[in-house]
Design a protein around this ligand. Structure first.
Ligand SMILES: Cc1ncc(COP(=O)(O)O)c(C=O)c1O
Length: 429
């Protein structure tokens, strides 16, 4: 490398230094702008959050915790992390917060390391019925280290079978009961889980990754008062940076912090922690509560419009930002329907329907969510048009080109990040 090129790298921005990556990022933004994004675990982050993510805070090594770092020069890192911790605690009314987990997965693993021994029993909802692989699935580390017992949803209404949770808890005496998941559209009745946990002397964890934004806005009961641990991501309904955090009772604070660092992770991502702080600040505002109310209204309207056009909605509707379409009465598998919808500019993901008789690689469901489209301004009328596009695409004689044009027209009417090129410019000052 010549001295000249080093000067270039020191002073130039991404477009000049790496036009290939710059152009891929620009193309990714165009893809996001041109797609009706209904993947329930996605949203579009606030510009302020994206700016914090693309900041020089990323340069600092700050292993440890505020006031107890392994490197000098962490005074400002301490202030950033403390602000994120304090805001998380205030937002959710928690006694303790750890904002360092790199992801929802590590947030969950940290809780297990804090309170379980290998071989201990976990009682959780399996992935095939709406749980998450990190809740003890054999494909995940949690399923390899711990003994998993699964409760399920009822066959008649697809709601959690709380009687079964209690029966299994009494039989297996789990050390930890886990509630929350990635494909459960209804309210998680955490108080009922608490009663069962107390009856058998188990700890209780709620993974609110999907509905944390609704909790912040007061639209889903807050699990924090009832749980020993609450885990979450910041990038789903909270519309923050990609990452995780854990809230817990004060008595578990020390074990949790040690589990996150040094047991599970290395140095924290300070830029992400700064972005989490910004996300928590926004999530406490009345404007955010208004956004979440629109997320809920749009999910309800989408469910009603799809049901009105003869698609089965699992459990008959939703209490949250997500809904599950049951394709068993159609000729579609989840995988084929996902592909077909993608061809008309609608992004959803296939999902297993609980108690499905079809083989696991031929799912019978679709999971749809409203946070991302609501973020770009879709209203209930737009959701009616989205439902019409979806139902049209699943007809045997669908005119895919005209449906795609309708999706594009909807996206054009609700611009995403107008004027932005996809990455923050360091050089702009
Ligand atoms: C309920 C739940 N927990 C944890 C995770 C894991 O989050 P991450 O992808 O950040 O590891 C997810 C992600 O899909 C999730 O839905």
């Amino acid at each position: 490398m010549t001295a000249e090129s080093l000067d270039l790298y020191r002073s130039a921005g991404l477009a000049e230094v790496d036009p290939e990556i710059a152009s891929l990022i620009e193309r990714e933004l165009e893809r996001q702008r041109g797609t009706i994004e209904l993947i329930a675990s996605e949203s579009f982050s606030w510009p302020g959050v994206l700016e914090a993510l693309g900041s020089t805070a990323a340069n600092k090594y700050a292993s440890g915790y505020p006031g107890k770092r392994h490197y000098p020069g962490c005074e400002i890192a301490d202030e950033i992390e403390q602000l994120a911790i304090d805001r998380a605690k205030t937002l959710f009314g928690a006694e303790h917060a750890n904002v360092q987990p790199y992801a929802g997965t590590t947030a969950n693993e940290a809780v297990y390391l804090a309170c379980l021994e290998p071989g201990d029993t976990i009682l959780s909802l399996p992935f095939a019925q709406g749980g998450h692989p990190t809740h003890g699935d054999e494909s995940n580390l949690s399923g390899k280290l711990y003994n998993t017992v699964s409760y399920g949803v009822r066959r008649d209404n697809f709601l959690i079978d709380y009687d079964q949770v209690r029966t299994l808890a009494l039989e297996h005496r789990p050390r930890l009961i886990i509630c929350g998941g990635s494909a459960y559209p209804r309210i998680v009745e955490v108080e009922r889980f608490r009663e069962i946990a107390d009856e058998v002397g188990a700890l209780l964890m709620c993974d609110m990754a999907h509905f944390a934004g609704l909790v912040a806005a007061g639209l889903h009961p807050n699990p924090v008062p009832h749980c020993d641990f609450v885990t979450s991501t910041t990038h789903k309904t909270l519309a923050g940076p990609r990452g995780g955090f854990v809230l817990c009772r004060a008595e578990h604070a020390r074990a949790l912090d040690e589990a996150v660092f040094p047991v599970l992770q290395g140095g924290p991502l300070l830029d992400t922690i700064a972005a989490k702080a910004t996300c928590f600040e926004i999530a406490g505002s009345e404007a955010f509560a208004g956004y979440q109310r629109r997320v809920r209204a749009n999910a309800d309207r989408l469910a009603a419009e799809l049901a009105g056009r003869d698609l089965d909605i699992l459990s008959g509707g939703t209490d949250s930002h997500m809904l599950l379409v049951d394709l068993r009465s159609t000729e579609w598998t989840g995988a084929d329907a996902e592909k077909r919808l993608h061809e008309v500019g609608v992004a959803v993901n296939e999902i297993a329907i609980p108690h499905d008789e079809r083989p696991a690689d031929e799912t019978s469901g679709l999971r749809l969510g409203s946070p991302a489209v609501t973020m770009r301004g879709f209203d209930q009328e737009d959701m009616a048009e989205v439902a019409a596009i979806i139902v049209g695409a699943l007809r045997a004689d669908a005119d895919l080109n005209s449906l795609h044009a309708r999706s594009a027209a909807l996206c054009a009417r609700r611009p995403l990040y107008p004027g932005f090129r996809g990455y923050c410019s360091f050089l702009a000052g």
